[in-house]
Design a protein around this ligand. Structure first.
Ligand code: PLP
Length: 271
């Protein structure tokens, strides 16, 4: 496969990064991750907007415009014959004399195999492990996922698929997805201490009267239905938090309906 590395397209195996890049030694960098469907980079504009916003907020120099990035991505889809796959853009802090201040970093754009959850998980729902944590600078897509990676050992040991982060009794999100709560037919989702997901945005378009508000941990446990959203999971039902069963323990009708509506929206985008 081919990737884009700094100035041009080359074989992915030949891409290099300096060992002193502060992306590596300080965890200072940003990224974004989108996917293709039928060779189309789904909702590309949203991902380009978020990627450039992350660069601005972290004071990282991005030497390409959104239009340049779009052209590079389209070229990679073509060269790699990427019918259905993930595309990751990464911008690092670069190599600096004091090993601390950002300079001109490295930009990489490469593709990854997509690994959607098994169909059975959409039919039966999955379990989240609640963890007391709140992501720092949550609305910037930084490359620093040290806590979630560290927590992954805990959720695996608990037989869960991921985490539900809460802090001071308020829930935020999962390690790489946003959360939605349904109670008495009313959909709600948090807005603070989250990464504003593109899938969350699309889901809000499907349910425009969603309440965007603070949600307490007890509210989540008392929900009729729960689901998480992300680029690689789309809309995934949650039927258990720790040992607590959500609703009647089955994937609820509203979640089922939204999974269908999400798929229909993707088809509409493609046609
Ligand atoms: N929250 C976090 C912390 C994430 O890392 C991600 C995506 O990776 C999301 C939410 C979901 O965002 P999206 O729907 O854009 O994939």
């Amino acid at each position: 496969t081919y990737c884009f590395a700094n100035e041009g397209i080359l074989e992915t195996a030949k891409a290099q990064i300096h060992p002193m890049d502060i992306g590596l030694i300080r965890g200072y960098g940003i990224f974004d991750f989108l996917r293709t469907q039928e060779y189309n980079p789904m909702f590309l504009q949203d991902y380009l907007d978020r990627f450039t916003r992350s660069a601005e907020k972290t004071h990282l120099y991005l030497p390409y415009s959104k239009e340049d990035l779009r052209q590079i991505i389209l070229e990679l889809i073509d060269k790699n014959d990427l019918k259905e796959g993930g595309i990751r853009m990464v911008l690092t802090g670069g190599v600096s004399e004091n090993h601390f201040s950002p300079t001109k970093g490295s930009l990489f754009i490469f593709n990854e195999a997509l690994d959607f959850p098994a169909q059975q998980k959409y039919e039966q729902g999955v379990k989240l492990l609640s963890v007391e944590h709140v992501r720092a600078i949550a609305d910037i897509k930084t490359t620093n996922y040290a806590f979630p990676v560290w927590h992954s050992a805990q959720w695996k040991a608990a037989g869960a698929d991921d985490v539900l982060y809460h802090w001071n009794g308020i829930v935020s999100e999962s390690s790489r997805s946003n959360i939605f709560v349904i109670k008495d037919g009313k959909v709600s989702t948090p807005d603070n201490h989250i990464l504003h997901g593109i899938t969350r945005k699309r889901t809000l378009e499907l349910v425009p009267d969603t309440a965007i508000r603070e949600i307490s941990f007890p509210e989540v446990l008392a929900a009729d239905e729960l689901f998480i959203t992300s680029t690689t999971k789309k809309i995934l039902p949650i039927t258990k938090i720790d040992d607590h069963i959500i609703g009647n323990g089955k994937v609820g009708p509203k979640t089922q309906q939204l999974i269908k509506e999400f798929a229909a929206m993707e088809v509409a985008v493609l046609s």
